[in-house]
Design a protein around this ligand. Structure first.
Ligand code: UDP
Length: 259
């Protein structure tokens, strides 16, 4: 591992040079941050679970014809991905009011929104990822108008699929964040889904109890973060057979931390 060239280290993931040009290895850490990294911690086994959950979701999206950067999972914490030119925008898809939209617009958390809402945030840690409008994206050249149309269409398709997937396992998909990248094929740029889809970037509420099964457990000091992520993986059918190793990994982490 140490021989590989580190390309980028983020808050929850590390990117290494991949085995072939145009590929990268995405390593999932247990580190967790919130509120623009003002709160830092770790969730035991999170990296293993997010690697697996994201693999599962990206594979299903790929089967629906949504192009993604995912190539294949390599091991418990790593996946091989296509290298993309990241579009510096976080696309947030909202079905139910929670988090910043609730505070910004004074909406009670849990209020069903009249329709799905897309919001855009400029990826810049120093600025605290400010919310932006389509106008800014076009004016500053972060993406073209056509690319934004493509991104919005894809975000809605992903949302429709994920709402159904999660509803089928008793989970309400409140909101989530997507990131997109550009890949060049000759002179032609194509938009593909990048980053990850996991409880780190989604709000997932149990449909019956309303229990939070996502990173809000960490953000709001609710406890039981690892168990919540594990519950999502279990309901997705990912903790069977060989994947029980993941639980083992989780247990080992917990034992190490003396919990
Ligand atoms: N989100 C994310 N990364 C960010 C900001 C938001 O993954 O940097 C996700 C977050 O997990 C939630 C959704 O986007 O599912 C909407 O987040 P919100 O704007 O409410 O901000 P937050 O409360 O997460 O700071």
């Amino acid at each position: 591992m140490s021989r590989r060239r580190l390309v980028y280290e983020g808050k929850a993931k590390i990117l290494y040079e991949g085995p072939e040009p145009g590929t990268l290895i995405q390593y999932f850490k247990d580190d967790a941050t919130a509120f623009n990294a003002q709160k830092k911690g770790s969730i035991a086994g999170k990296g293993v679970l997010n690697n697996r959950i994201s693999e599962h979701i990206f594979t299903l999206l790929g089967q629906l014809g949504i192009p993604t950067h995912f190539i294949r999972r390599l091991n418990m914490r790593e996946q091989l991905i296509r290298q993309v030119e990241i579009i510096p925008i976080e696309v947030v898809v909202r079905n139910v009011a929670a988090g910043t939209i609730s505070t910004r617009l004074g909406l009670e958390e849990g209020t069903q929104l009249p329709r799905t809402i897309l919001e855009y945030f400029y990826k810049d840690d120093a600025l605290g990822d400010p919310m932006i409008a389509d106008e800014h994206i076009a004016a500053f050249g972060w993406a073209t108008q056509d690319e934004m149309t493509e991104i919005a269409d894809m975000a809605i398709r992903v949302n429709d699929f994920l709402c159904g997937l999660f509803a089928g396992i008793g989970i309400r998909l409140v909101d989530f964040k997507l990131e997109f990248g550009r890949i060049w094929e000759n002179e032609f740029a194509r938009i593909i889904l990048a980053d990850e889809i996991s409880p780190d970037g989604c709000r997932l509420w149990d449909m019956e109890s309303g229990e939070k099964l996502d990173k809000d457990r960490f953000r709001r000091d609710l406890g039981g973060e690892a168990e919540a992520y594990q519950e999502v993986a279990r309901r997705l059918g990912l903790l069977k057979g060989d994947d029980a190793n993941m639980v083992l990994d989780l247990e080992q982490h917990r034992a190490k931390r003396g919990k």
